[in-house]
Every structure is written in C-alpha cells, then in structure tokens.
Design a protein around this ligand. Structure first.
Ligand code: AMP
Ligand code: GLY
Length: 414
C-alpha cells in the first residue's frame, strides 16, 4: 500500500484527499496543514504549506510515494522543486512553470509568443501611463493586478472614472500588495465562460471534463469577484467543436510552449476560457486544480486518481472515465466575503445531511465539540444526480440544513 500527501487546507484539498483515499492502492492519506474537517478522509498533519523542508522531511519519514500540491502559493514558492530535489515524487509544477499563474504578464506574453488565443492587452508598471491609456480605451475594459490575488485582483470597468479608480487601488493604494504594482489592461471578452483543466506532464496533455465556476459573490453575477462561490460539471452548453478546438489551440499548445520555454509543466493545468464568437479565448491560467471546480469534478471521476497521476508521471496514458452524472456544488461563505469575512461563528446541522451528500471543508475550525467559520469560504456542499434539475434541487435542500449566523450562499448555481 502507498502513502500519499496532499498539501493545502481548503475544499479542493479535502476533495483531493477524499478521492486519493478511494484508490485500492493507497494506504494512508495525509493532508498538511489541512483542517479538522478533513479527518473523515485523511490524517491531518500540522505542517504549514510554507514549511517546504518540514514537508519534505515528513514525506521521507512517512514513506510517501506521491505528494499532490493543491494550492498555488507553495507552488510559486518552489515546493515542487524542493520535493524533486529531494528525489521525491510530486504532482505540481516547478516555481518556473507556476509563473503561468503567478504572473499575468508572463502568461499573456507566452500566449502572444505562441499564438494561443487570448484577449489583446497592454502591460503597465506606471500609473500615469495606465491612466492615460484608459482615457481613450474602448469600454468596458478589464484591469488585472499582475500577481496572485486569490481571484480578486480583477476589475471589469464600464467607464474612465471606474478605470481610474481600479488603477488607483492597484497601483497607488496597493490594495493587492505588490501584486498590483504591475497591471494588465485587456480587452473585454464576450461569451460563455468555462473552466477547462487537464492533467499535464511536459507535452503530454490529458483533458478533464468541463466545469463552470461562479466568481461573483451574489446571485445573477452581481457583487465583487471571489475565489468562486459554486460550480457544476459537466457543461453541456459548450459544444464538442469548441472543446476540441480548446484542446488543440489552448491546452496542447500551452503545454508545448512551456516545454519550449524550458519551463515544462507538470500538474493540473487550469484554463479559464471564454467561448467567444471567434472561438475559445483564454481569460487566465492557473497552475493547480480549480477551487471549487475540483469539488465537482473529482466526484465525477470514476478512475483511480492515484493511478492516473502515477501513470502520467511514468510517461504512460491514463484511463480517464467520467460519470454521466452531473455534480453541483454550492459554497457557504462567511458574511462579508470577499472583502472582510466575519469568522468565528458556530456551524450546526451538518449531521442532518442526507446520505450521498458530499461536504468539503474550505475554512472551518473545530474546538473539540463544534465547527466554527474560519475563512472566507467555509464549506462546499455537493450533490450528484442524473440531471441538473435534480442535482440543483437536492443540493439546495442540503444547503438549507446548515445553520450558521453569519454565512451566505448563491441561490443560482447551475
Ligand atoms: P481572473 O481572475 O483573471 O479569472 O478574472 C476573474 C473573472 O473576471 C473571470 O472569471 C471573468 O469572469 C472575468 N474576466 C477576466 N478577464 C476578462 C476578460 N478579458 N473579458 C471578460 N471577462 C473577464
Ligand atoms: N475557481 C477558480 C480558481 O480556482 O481560480
């Protein structure tokens, strides 16, 4: 039996640990730092994501065959490089390859160089130049902080005044820290947005099924951008021709481009795509599994995830089998998320959920007796069913059973 380690602490890592633990080949699943809520599927290890040496030592001491990195920050900080240097197997890109997420300038320039379809753009490091540019730019337009901002460093603005305010926030008031000192200003794309992820190892690309995130905080795509308020999979509105084109012009081309750049990518490559009138166009890349997309995709994966990752790392072709069922996941978030989530509120009702309901912990803590909210995103409730109407109805029946004073959720996931 093999031992595996998942690095991270959110709903995505809970889902990864849950799925890896279903493998007949896997003995123990560890998650670091994880949280108490993951104890149903994993042994929780109190080592922070940032403690790469500590995690490498833990993996060595515990005979870990494979470590799966869930979250982006440790990847940017080189955790995969640390594991590789120690001769340990890791699923996740090197720091150099993780730049595809870590720097919008890097990923935009890569797409331009290799002809990967994306919105036209300009990069600014000088606020005065950015102010001048938006004075005559076509509206709406999209203004993005260059670095990591947990899905929040993006402003879609309708006029010059809003554009100036967004530039001021990012470049002058450092609302996103250093991330915003360089901004990308890009064309506003119109179309259906979809998340298209693949298992990637060098030039080998194995696409997953599609899923759809819901980035805005409130119903009908109102309110600020968040890390994601819910998701579903599959996405029948996107036709097969668009999927096939995306595999060729985006996923495979990007994997090959990263190899050509001397930054071969290993891990979950996430394409946030827009199906525009002119074909699929990239909104963003991420260097890891989407969250909450992981929580609806992994329940539909019928293949053994441990086997899939090992096969790919061995240079082989995995069997990817997906359930025909649909999965809908609804995030329960703390009141005030994303700007100022209020945490520390007691959560009850989890024990009343119906069998077959999946619950992944995004940001909770446990005091030995009860769970409390402990993050912007708190829990995700997921239901699988034969059709969307049933999955949606059932997931909201379950969501209604969770009680907590200071949480909210979107009622329109699907
Ligand atoms: P990002 O953090 O880059 O994923 O951006 C957050 C959200 O803003 C995306 O999921 C889109 O809904 C929206 N967005 C970002 N860039 C564009 C664009 N160029 N055109 C239209 N919408 C965009
Ligand atoms: N759900 C979007 C992301 O993971 O970045």
């Amino acid at each position: 039996m093999e031992n595996v380690l998942v690095v991270g602490r959110g709903g995505r890592e809970h889902a990864l640990a849950w799925k890896l633990g279903q493998s007949a080949k896997v003995g123990k699943v560890f998650v670091a730092p994880g949280s108490h809520g993951m104890k149903d599927v994993a042994e929780v290890v109190d080592i922070n994501e940032a403690d790469h040496a500590g995690l490498v030592k833990f993996a060595r001491d515990n005979g870990i065959t494979l470590t799966v990195i869930g979250a982006e920050q440790p990847l940017m900080d080189g955790i995969a490089d640390s594991f590789t240097a120690a001769g340990l197997r890791v699923w996740g890109p090197s720091a150099a390859a993780a730049q595809i997420e870590g720097s919008k300038t890097f990923s935009k320039n890569l797409m331009k160089k290799y002809g990967i379809p994306t919105a036209t753009y300009e990069v600014f490091t000088n606020a005065a130049a950015a102010y001048e540019y938006v004075q005559t730019a076509p509206m709406p337009i999209v203004i993005k902080a260059d670095g990591l901002a947990a899905g929040k460093g993006v402003a879609i603005v309708a006029n010059v005044a809003e554009a100036r305010a967004a530039i001021k926030d990012m470049m002058e008031d450092s609302k996103f820290g250093d991330s915003g000192h360089r901004v990308v200003i890009e064309e506003f794309l119109v179309g259906e947005e979809f998340s298209f992820m693949a298992f990637v190892h060098g030039e080998a690309v194995f696409p997953m099924e599609l899923s759809r995130d819901h980035k805005r905080a409130f119903d009908n795509d109102q309110g600020p951008n968040t890390g994601g308020m819910g998701a579903y999979s599959p996405m029948p509105i996107i036709d097969q021709a668009t999927i096939d084109e995306s595999v060729e012009t985006v996923l495979k081309k990007t994997a090959a481009a990263m190899v050509a750049e001397g930054r071969p990518f290993t891990g979950f490559l996430y394409g946030g795509l827009m199906a525009t009138a002119k074909g699929p166009s990239v909104i963003e890349f991420n260097a890891r599994f989407g969250d909450p997309e992981a929580e609806v995709l992994l329940p539909r994966l019928e293949s053994d995830l441990f086997d899939v990752l090992q096969t790919i790392l061995n240079g082989g072709t995995p069997q990817l089998k997906w359930s025909a069922d649909v999965a809908v996941g609804v995030i329960l978030a703390s009141t005030g998320y994303p700007e100022a989530p209020e945490t520390g509120h007691k959560i009850t009702g989890m024990c009343n959920l119906s069998p077959g309901t999946l619950v992944f912990h995004c940001g909770t803590k446990h005091d030995g007796q009860n769970y409390y909210t402990a993050g912007g995103r708190v829990l995700i409730i997921v239901k699988k069913a034969a059709d969307f109407a049933t999955a949606k109805r059932e997931v909201y029946e379950e969501v209604a059973k969770i009680e907590c004073d200071r949480i909210f959720y979107r009622r329109d996931i699907s």
